[in-house]
Design a protein around this ligand. Structure first.
Ligand code: HMG
Length: 390
């Protein structure tokens, strides 16, 4: 029995800042961001958007009358948690009107946690083949104004249905992991921006890749030359180029520009427009690959590397299912990105400076979110979510 990704959908906020505007304000050459980091825009959330609304907007298209009651579990991966106790997925479970006999839990390990969720989901489906698991990853990446990480901010959510005989990607059982207690990137509970040792984090990312790959091969995984394409965790798209070159060298393979573009290029397109979406980034990359690669990838093997600072890395793989193109959500994804409103630098800082009220009063937020779901306000420390038209 094969188990894997049956459907995939992502969502990002309705506003973005062009990185040319950020470069102009920061006195940087725009090519540093465009070429040096490989980023064009970053998504900026409104005050009435958070990981719950991003997630519900991402997952909504995947839920049908047919599968609503077959979803036995919601696994919600995030490092932008809104509550120390209640799982963000419980709000999403209500907004999506999922059945009450469903388990819901939140997972955390920086950007890696969505892959832990995917592996848990595959195990659950292998045990109960009629079940479907909804895996959601949703994050808002914030480093702070004027910091080196600022140009790599962004936000987004991705949702995947994991089931047997999936329509998009069979996920292979072989995988390789690497964990090490390091301080490359972290966010203490009392901060709303991340702390990061930027250059060190890129080195640790590459170390985790090498070690995860070694462990993947020891676990019986495929050889480098058996893969048609690769997707990597995308803090910024240039990181995937560095990673792919590193993996090629590790395997004694030369990587001319044209081969690099063919093997990873299509997977980078959405992230260039969104920025880092932490736990969602690898999976938005997979959607980008399946929706933009010019070749029919049916039956081809894809190598996947997930990385979460702190750190945990995992190299795993999958095989694209024949006919996967029929189930593409490309037009909806492109239309969503196209409809975003451009911000100037001043408007971006205004949005960035807003925080969630903490005084227990009644606070209603202006209607700025573009999607179906919004955070209408916070009343008596309780977050109030609504659906447009409710
Ligand atoms: P920086 O120090 O401002 O940038 O920060 P830089 O000076 O290193 O320049 C960046 C690149 O632009 C360099 O290329 C420059 O040469 C190039 P490289 O040497 O790296 O190949 N450059 C230019 N290229 C063309 N034309 C120009 C030009 N000028 C310069 N005119 C840094 C960069 C990534 C450190 C910073 O953005 C940062 O701290 N980002 C946040 C941390 C991060 O993203 N780390 C990635 C690995 S860790 C990870 O992926 C986990 C994470 O997602 C979190 C999680 O797990 O939860 C972050």
């Amino acid at each position: 029995m094969s188990v894997g990704i049956d459907d995939i959908s992502f969502y990002s906020s309705g506003m973005y800042l062009p990185l040319t505007s950020l470069a102009a304000h920061n006195g940087e050459n725009p090519d540093k961001y465009r070429i040096g980091l490989g980023q064009d825009r970053m998504s900026v959330p409104a005050q009435d958007e958070d990981i719950v609304t991003l997630a519900a907007n991402a997952a909504h298209p995947l839920i049908t009358e047919a599968n609503r009651d077959q979803i036995s579990t919601v696994l919600f991966a995030t490092e932008s948690g809104i509550d120390q106790s209640k799982a963000a997925g419980v709000y999403v479970h209500r907004l999506l009107k999922l059945g009450s006999n469903c388990r819901v839990v939140e997972l955390k390990q920086a950007c890696y946690s969505a892959t832990a969720a995917l592996q848990l989901a595959c195990g659950m489906v292998a045990r109960k083949p009629n079940d479907q698991v909804l895996v959601i990853a949703s994050d808002i990446a914030r480093y702070g104004l004027g910091t080196p990480g600022e140009a790599t901010q962004g936000c987004g959510a991705v949702a995947c249905i994991i089931k047997r005989d999936p329509r998009l990607l069979d996920v292979h059982p072989e995988s390789g992991c690497y964990s090490e207690d390091v301080m490359d990137f972290w966010r203490p509970n009392y901060m709303d921006t991340a702390l990061v040792d930027g250059k060190y984090s890129t080195m640790i990312y590459l170390k985790a890749l090498r070690q995860s790959w070694k462990n993947y091969r020891e676990d019986g995984g495929l050889a480098f030359d058996q893969f048609a394409r690769f997707c990597y965790h995308l803090p910024f798209t240039k990181m995937a180029e560095k990673a792919h070159r590193k993996l090629a060298v590790t395997n004694g393979v030369s990587m001319p520009e044209e081969l690099l573009e063919r093997q990873i290029g299509a997977g980078l397109l959405y992230s260039r427009q969104i920025g880092n979406s932490y736990s969602a980034a690898l999976y938005i990359g997979i959607a980008s690959l399946l929706e933009h690669d010019g070749e029919d990838l049916s039956g081809q093997h894809i190598g996947l590397f997930s990385y979460g600072s702190g750190c945990v890395g995992e190299f795993f793989s999958g095989t694209v299912r024949p006919g996967y193109r029929e189930y593409s959500r490309r037009e909806d994804h492109l239309a969503m990105l196209e409809a975003r409103q451009e911000l100037d630098y001043q408007a971006y800082t205004t949005h960035f400076g807003r925080s969630c009220p903490q005084d227990g009063g009644t606070h209603d937020f202006a209607e700025e979110a573009a999607g179906r779901y919004r955070l209408a306000g916070v009343h008596d420390h309780k977050r109030v979510y609504t659906e447009v038209g409710e």
